[in-house]
Write a protein that binds this ligand. Sequence first.
Ligand code: COA
Length: 171
Amino acid sequence: MITLRPETIHTDRLTLLPLQVEHAEEMATVLSDPGLHTFIGGTPDTAQALRARYERWVAGSPDPAESWCNWAIQLRTAACLTGTVQATVTADERAATAEIAWVVGSPWQRRGIATEAARGLVTWLQSNPVDTVIAHIHPDHKASAAVATAAGLTPTGQWHDGEIRWRLAVR
Ligand SMILES: CC(C)(COP(=O)(O)OP(=O)(O)OC[C@H]1O[C@@H](n2cnc3c(N)ncnc32)[C@H](O)[C@@H]1OP(=O)(O)O)[C@@H](O)C(=O)NCCC(=O)NCCS
């Protein structure tokens, strides 16, 4: 059984920073558009609620078979945060599966940030003992499907809570 901890990941334009509670205030502004929740449900968190959420995430999963890995996406030239990526890694004696997801603040969208961050994340997962990468994507969510495709995932025929399961076999 493995436990993964997020490490700093560098891509061409981005630094994926292991998420810290101190990121909550800036992220609350980055993620303040209710439109971000069209496909994933919910509403934007206040800075206070996001801080509480990040405290839980940083404390880690109470289940030793599950690792919660979260990153803030920093665009280096602008020296600011633009979104988050995450991987929830579930392992047993035989295999480890990482479920990944991404969100980019509305002002930063359509610049390839999610694509670059997701590729960086998948490359990092491939260098760790992860066997399968999956994502769950609403069938109408074209942007997220494009991100998953660019990161090497393909849609399966499986549905999960109204979303399609995408998958990449790493090994
Ligand atoms: C999905 C999301 C992360 C994409 O972020 P992004 O940084 O704008 O994505 P990119 O710039 O890397 O674009 C990826 C692709 O989606 C396309 N795209 C981006 N926004 C789009 C939109 N609103 N409508 C249609 N296509 C869109 C881009 O053209 C690009 O396609 P291409 O590779 O064929 O050129 C962003 O829309 C988001 O945060 N949405 C809300 C949260 C969410 O739903 N997350 C998904 C959970 S799995």
